[in-house]
Design a protein around this ligand. Structure first.
Ligand SMILES: *[C@@H]1O[C@H](CO)[C@@H](O)[C@H](O)[C@H]1NC(C)=O
Ligand SMILES: *[C@@H]1O[C@H](CO)[C@@H](O)[C@H](O)[C@H]1NC(C)=O
Ligand SMILES: *[C@@H]1O[C@H](CO)[C@@H](O)[C@H](O)[C@H]1NC(C)=O
Ligand SMILES: *[C@@H]1O[C@H](CO)[C@@H](O)[C@H](O)[C@H]1NC(C)=O
Length: 869
């Protein structure tokens, strides 16, 4: 087969040609993977071939080695490892050969593929000669090959962890990289590649950063590179500095003054992409110091890991004016452009972080800027001053801020209605939102919102909701926080007199022609939901009226027919927002004794609307509608049974949809809600549900995040149907056991994996707990005896591993209690034989977490009963 032509056709503008070529490639891959990969690597290596086919060949190779999805990636890795050794070594040779190509695209693609292969093979101790062969001769080769070599080394460092490469080779890599960055290196491409490689290699430089001389040298080279005449090199070297700021924060003291000097020059004078990185450096230092201060508070002790060097506090007098200057560099239309990022925004973000880092100290430094510029003619100055004001609201103490805010509030409210500039109004509404978010109830003595200004605030915010979409969106946000501040007031709220207006106004916003801009519609619904959630009994009658409105709106979306795909997407989105609102209303009205009765008259209608929403789709279910179903089931309890015959098919559809794993996961959660609502009335549906859940678990395409909720769901079902779970034991238990074995050991796993493992353990434990409890007092408890040793072994193993989180600990001790409680004397001897039950129990009994302690007390009681009989 002529692979070149197929690769070119696969990039054709003619979709028929393209599809055909893609199909051919797919078949080739399926029929003979080794030859397929070999041909691609030969294509990439061949200087005679067109650059487009070489590039695509490399890309396909890369995708054959790595994938975003965890289990897919695992499969690809296994597939590569199982290839014939001769094939792999031929492919590697082609790849290395490509690094000398004169075509830069080919070299760069090969670099990435080599790194992917290295990412698989180096941890397996395969391809041991790779780094050595890259490093050998590197000083004799032409610049373009040196550039490709550096790029490859950089990607390899990004791909593998430092312990995979021998220290001796790490040293050589770092030396080569830093030399490549040095001013003595004449070739610009080499310097750029070296600078970018250093960025990836910084994690390998621990040893060098602990040695003063070597660190000085690296820092000097990086700082010099920030002054390069090449803008890309300056940008890349600032990226290195940003990374050094967070990776080696504790080593920065000797350099911070110099770094301040070069960054401030860059912020003021350099091209935007460089200036942004220079600001980013200070943001990253703020992040470090915020973390350190949050962890240790003010009192640093000798045994803490890293002390706070207060770099930000020291730089404050110079840093604050620098950042305030950037605030004045707004772009004309930045409020409309949603993905916009520019100097003013970066500077504003950094200022906000600085405020959070230093607190009160910043207030006197920023106030003169605000006071002088807040009412200047030039909109940029008013906007910058308002932004600065909004920025200082999170961090300083309320004592410091309240007097200032009390003075400024009136000014802000006037500006929000009267300022001629839409930018200024936008930022003013944002600032008001931050006032309500951070200072709402903080000043009891001298409150910011009083009965006398509350009406004015509400009036101004509602008025602004008629303004341009970006301003109206911020006004919705401000109202959101104003409302939230009154959340726990009990039976009366100062907002009660305005409730009807607020709701009407928000509904009006959702109907605006331009509500799709600036996220306005979503924002209005989010605020409406918050208004409902925080409402009191005084306004329950009005919320009941709102139900009817929302139902009508939802009904309208169902009438639309023959939609284009664009319209269908809009319908889907609107249905999501309306279902979200219904969910909040159901949770509010359907649970409180005072409103439950009045609300229930709508339950049938709501259910039929939700079924209508499901019916709008063919193969999948609407997530928000599913969540509303959960709320409704909770509110209706056993009465939900009457909806099950019609609803069941959508439930099944959701469970079947493991490709859209969020849908599947949400649906699994709803099964739990329905089990709790229906109890044993769910029995007729259990065969179908269990079959589907077991099928999901056996599929190798199931996203791993759905597994823990499925196991918990086993527990919910068992609790609901009790001993009727008998017929599922022989299927469910082996699944639990094999998952338990997988999750017992986490050694060598990264944080993300440990977190997942804990979720999985929790799911398994909830399943055991539900099953043991479900069989309690049943004549069939003895059916569980064969499974008890395994459950205890699982508890033993996670106890030994010593890395469970508090949630797992609590569920685990409960399982021990449930097991003893249900099996009684049958469990007694097993528990006594267990290696660690006693230690585990004692550890939980002396836990500081009172929930764990409580569960442990109960487990102790259950165990002592089991042992004594
Ligand atoms: C890093 O440290 C190693 C070992 O001390 C040394 O060989 C190497 O030259 C250092 N590299 C740099 C760039 O300082
Ligand atoms: C930083 O710049 C200031 C003013 O330009 C200068 O006085 C100071 O010496 C510089 N500091 C360092 C460490 O270069
Ligand atoms: C107000 O803004 C201007 C920039 O337009 C700035 O030069 C001036 O220093 C600011 N005022 C204060 C007191 O910071
Ligand atoms: C909502 O819109 C209606 C009709 O467009 C209007 O009469 C009413 O005043 C508006 N309500 C609020 C509170 O803005």
């Amino acid at each position: 087969m002529e692979v070149t032509q197929v690769l070119l056709s696969a990039q054709s503008v003619d979709s028929t040609v393209r599809k055909h070529a893609e199909e051919t490639l797919k078949q080739f891959q399926e029929q003979n993977l080794p030859v397929f990969l070999l041909s691609l690597s030969a294509e990439l290596a061949s200087e005679e071939k067109p650059v487009d086919s070489r590039r695509l060949a490399g890309l396909i190779l890369k995708n054959a080695l790595d994938a975003k999805e965890q289990h897919r990636k695992y499969e690809l890795v296994q597939r590569w490892l199982s290839l014939d050794v001769a094939v792999k070594s031929q492919i590697r040779a082609y790849l290395l050969q490509t690094l000398s190509s004169t075509v830069s695209d080919a070299r760069s693609t090969a670099s990435q593929v080599i790194a992917k292969v290295a990412g698989i093979e180096l941890p397996q101790k395969q391809w041991p000669e790779l780094i050595g062969s890259l490093l050998s001769n590197v000083h004799q080769v032409p610049p373009h090959v040196k550039q490709a070599t550096l790029e490859t080394l950089g990607y390899i460092c990004e791909e593998v962890s430092p312990d995979v490469i021998e220290q001796d080779q790490v040293n050589k890599i770092l030396t080569l990289v830093v030399q490549g960055m040095n001013a003595n290196e004449a070739n610009i491409d080499v310097r750029l590649a070296a600078t970018r490689a250093l960025y990836n290699a910084l994690g390998f430089a621990q040893a060098n950063f602990s040695n003063d001389m070597e660190r000085d040298y690296i820092m000097r080279v990086v700082c010099e590179a920030t002054l390069s005449p090449e803008v890309k090199i300056r940008q890349a070297s600032y990226e290195c500095l940003v990374s050094i700021g967070s990776t080696y924060y504790e080593k920065l003291a000797p350099y911070i003054q110099d770094i301040f000097n070069i960054t401030s020059k860059a912020v003021r004078e350099d091209e935007e992409q460089v200036a942004l990185q220079a600001i980013e450096f200070w943001s990253s230092i703020c992040d470090e110091e915020i973390d350190i201060l949050e962890e240790y508070g003010g009192d640093f002790t000798a045994d803490s890991d890293v002390p706070c060097y207060y770099f930000i506090k020291q730089a404050l007098p110079a840093l604050v004016p620098l950042l305030l200057e950037t605030l004045l560099k707004q772009e004309e239309d930045q409020d409309q452009d949603e993905g916009a990022w520019n100097l003013a925004m970066a500077g504003g973000t950094c200022l906000g972080l600085v405020v959070r880092t230093v607190g009160d100290d910043i207030v006197p430094l920023v106030m003169p800027f605000i006071e002088e510029n807040l009412s200047k003619e030039d909109w940029r100055r008013r906007e910058a001053a308002t932004y600065a004001f909004g920025s200082i609201l999170e961090g300083p103490s309320p004592d410091k801020l309240t007097p200032i805010v009390n003075v400024a509030l009136n000014f802000m409210l006037t500006a929000l209605t009267k300022d001629p500039s839409s930018h200024v109004k936008d930022t003013t509404a944002w600032t008001l939102g931050r006032i309500f978010e951070f200072l709402h109830g903080s000043a009891v003595e001298n409150p910011i919102i009083t009965p006398s200004n509350c009406q004015q605030i509400v009036t101004v915010l509602l008025e602004s909701m008629k303004d341009a979409p970006n301003v109206a969106e911020k006004a919705c946000g401000a109202l959101y926080f104003l409302t939230q501040g009154y959340e726990d007031l009990g039976s009366t709220s100062p907002l009660t007199p305005y409730f009807q207006d607020i709701v009407q106004c928000l509904l009006n916003v959702t109907h605006r022609e331009d509500a799709a801009e600036s996220r306005l519609r979503s924002s209005a619904y989010e605020t409406l939901n918050e208004v409902v959630r925080c409402s009191t009994e005084e306004t329950a009658r009005l919320v009941l009226e709102l139900v009817q409105v929302i139902m009508q709106e939802l009904h309208k979306t169902l009438e639309a027919q023959k939609l284009s795909s664009d319209e269908r997407e809009k319908q889907n989105e609107l249905q999501g927002l309306l279902c979200g609102c219904l969910q909040v209303i159901i949770q509010k009205l359907g649970v409180s004794e005072a409103t439950k009765f009045a609300f229930m008259q709508y339950a049938d209608q709501i259910m039929s609307l939700l079924l209508g929403v499901f019916a709008c789709r063919s193969a999948t279910v609407h997530e928000e509608a599913m969540l509303s179903i959960g709320a409704l089931a909770y509110a209706t309890g056993p009465n939900f049974a009457k909806y099950m015959p019609d609803f069941y098919k959508y439930l099944e559809m959701g469970l079947q949809n493991f490709e859209e794993y969020q849908v599947c996961s949400v649906t699994v959660g709803i099964v739990g809600d329905i089990c709790r609502a229906l109890e044993d009335k769910i029995l007729p549906y259990c065969d179908g549900i269990m079959t589907q859940l077991l099928k999901d678990l056996s599929s190798n395409q199931l996203h791993r995040s759905v597994k823990p909720p499925i196991f918990s769901c086993f527990g919910d079902i068992a609790l609901a149907i009790g001993e009727n779970f008998e017929k599922y034991l022989m299927y469910a238990m082996p699944m639990l056991q094999s998952a338990a074995e997988l999750s017992a050991h986490t050694s060598g796993a990264d944080d993300e994996m440990i977190e997942y493992t804990n979720l999985l353990r929790n799911g398994i434990l909830e399943a055991y707990s539900g099953i043991f409890q479900g069989f309690k007092n049943s004549p069939k408890t003895q059916l569980l005896i064969p499974y008890a040793p395994h459950a205890l072994q699982f508890l033993d193993s996670i106890y030994m591993e010593k890395d469970m989180d508090d949630i797992v600990m609590k569920t685990a001790i409960e399982v021990l209690g449930d097991l003893a409680d249900t099996l009684g004397s049958n469990a007694g001897s097993l528990i006594q034989q267990s290696m660690s039950c006693k230690d585990f129990l004692n550890e939980c009994l002396s836990s500081e977490d009172h929930l764990i302690k409580e569960s442990a007390e109960w487990a102790r009681l259950a165990i002592s009963r089991a042992i004594s009989v």
